[in-house]
Design a protein around this ligand. Structure first.
Ligand SMILES: [Zn+2]
Length: 311
């Protein structure tokens, strides 16, 4: 019974997601020498990383940031090409080059992709919420307050951002925390970004337009991210279809982190967002599958999110 419901959800979601997918395929992002196409936010399980890289490259991406919760260790695992169970992550003949502790470059038959070290950190003060990180040197633990977390990101030479800032249900930290962080860390000196998140169904919620408004008002970099959760429903194929960013004026190179940091600080207006957001039906389908597979933890986190949303 459970299996047939899952199949039904998957089929319906694919039928729907597929339509969006085909439409998007006609105008894929193709990177030019003086731009970098990048997605800063995704959750991809180890067994789908190789497929995600191929799929993203075919859609024109130059760089991806894997942002596991409260850990940037995926970077080290990919560098060693061994998952936590000792299984190989990428085909042995692919070239994995560690440019530095902050950046990997993977070359494979379809092309090359840069993988900056990244993470999505859940802070607990002044409220619970998520911070995105790119280009740090090592993992930063969750559970600290927002400012201390940003301080740590910047002390490691990384770039910090607010995930889905205005969506309390998704653990967005909200405008007040953003303004407070900005007071301490001037975005002209410390690379900071806000995010238009593709998991926000824009037809039903205006969280993304609120974020856009804040970015414009305060002249802060605004990126587009898929926030793809790859475990179910072929979500990994949505990287490069759902929101991602085109950073103009820089090229994919071993200096990627420094170039991104400079762009965020000096010319946030040279970032364009491409792609689509999720339809609410696809969100619902993904959540239904996820809930059926992990009933207890899922219900707990949804309830917690609802409680957070009321604060
Ligand atoms: Zn996320």
């Amino acid at each position: 019974m459970r299996k047939s419901i899952l199949t039904l959800i998957a089929a319906a979601s694919l039928a729907f997601g597929g339509a969006v997918h085909c439409q998007e395929q006609r105008t894929p992002s193709r990177s030019k020498p003086n731009e970098v196409v990048i997605d800063f936010h995704m959750h991809i399980p180890y067994h789908l990383i190789a497929k995600t890289l191929v799929s993203a490259k075919e859609k024109g991406l130059d760089a991806l940031v894997f942002t596991d919760y409260n850990s940037a260790d995926k970077f080290d695992r990919i560098a060693e090409n061994k998952d936590p169970d000792g299984k190989q992550i990428l085909p042995r003949y692919w070239d994995i080059r560690k440019v530095s502790n902050r950046l990997l470059k993977v070359s494979f038959p379809q092309g090359e992709l840069y993988l900056p070290r990244g993470e999505e950190i859940r802070v607990t003060q002044p409220r619970k919420g998520d911070i995105l990180v790119c280009g740090t040197e090592k993992s930063i633990a969750g559970g600290m307050d927002a400012k201390t977390t940003f301080q740590e990101v910047y002390s490691q030479g990384g770039i910090g951002g607010f995930a889905h800032l205005c969506a309390p249900l998704f653990y967005g930290l909200g405008e007040e925390v953003f303004l407070d962080v900005m007071k301490t860390f001037n975005p002209r000196q410390f690379p900071l970004f806000l995010e238009k998140n593709a998991q926000v169904p824009e037809r039903n919620f205006d969280y993304n337009s609120q974020v856009e408004e804040l970015a414009r008002k305060h002249n802060v970099a605004l990126v587009g991210d898929s926030d793809a959760h790859g475990n179910y429903l072929w979500e990994y194929q949505q990287v490069g279809v759902k929101y991602h960013s085109v950073i103009e004026g820089i090229s994919p190179s071993d200096n990627l982190i420094e170039d991104l940091s400079k762009t965020f600080r000096n010319s946030p207006q040279s970032i364009r967002i491409k792609g689509n957001y999720n339809h609410i039906f696809r969100n619902a389908a993904w959540n239904a599958v996820s809930t059926m597979k992990n009933f207890g933890p899922k219900v707990k986190s949804t309830l917690e999110g609802l409680r957070q949303g009321k604060k």
